[in-house]
Design a protein. Structure first.
Length: 149
C-alpha cells in the first residue's frame, strides 16, 4: 500500500498502475478532449444556477435508469448463468445415478470449462453489446437531463 497524495488515502500499487494506465490510454486515444468537451456542453445545457428540478420526470428517468441497468446486467450474464444452471442440473442427476463418483472434484472443472467455453463463444458479440450499452447510456443521460429542465 502507498498513500495517494491527492486524496490522502491508502491505495495499492496496482491501483496506481491501473489509474495511470487508464489516464495514458485516455490521452493517447484523445478521449480527454471528448471528456472536456462534454463537461463544457453541460454548462451550455444547464447554466450555472439555472437548474430546476422537476421531481416527476426526474423520478421516472431514475427508475427507468435502474430498471435498464438491471435488465442489461442480466442480459450480459444470462448465457453463463444458463450454462452453469444446466451443468448443475446434470451434476445433480449424476450424483443420484452414480453416488460413488466425487461430484465436487468433477463439478469444479466441468463448471470452469463450460463457463470459459461460453465466454469464448460469446466474446464475438462484445462489440454489439458495447454499442447497445452505449446507446442505452446516451438515452438514459438524455432522459435525466430532460428531467432537470
Amino acid at each position: 500500500n502507498a498513500i495517494d497524495p491527492t486524496t490522502k488515502e491508502n491505495a495499492t500499487i496496482s491501483g496506481f498502475y491501473y489509474q495511470y494506465t487508464v489516464m495514458l490510454l485516455l490521452i493517447v486515444s484523445g478521449m480527454h478532449r471528448y471528456i472536456l468537451q462534454a463537461l463544457a456542453q453541460t454548462y451550455e445545457l444547464i447554466p450555472v444556477n439555472g437548474a430546476v428540478f422537476r421531481s416527476e420526470p426526474l423520478m421516472k428517468a431514475v427508475i427507468g435508469f435502474m430498471s435498464q441497468y438491471i435488465n442489461i446486467g442480466f442480459q450480459i450474464c444470462l448465457p453463463i448463468f444458463c450454462v452453469t444452471l444446466i451443468v448443475n442440473v446434470v451434476l445433480g442427476i449424476l450424483a443420484k445415478v452414480a453416488p460413488q463418483m466425487n461430484m465436487f472434484s468433477v463439478g469444479i472443472q466441468l463448471k470452469l470449462l463450460a463457463g470459459l467455453g461460453v465466454l469464448v463463444l460469446t466474446i464475438s458479440m462484445l462489440p454489439s453489446v458495447c454499442n447497445f450499452i452505449t446507446t442505452k447510456m446516451q438515452q438514459m443521460v438524455v432522459a435525466v437531463v430532460k428531467g432537470l429542465m
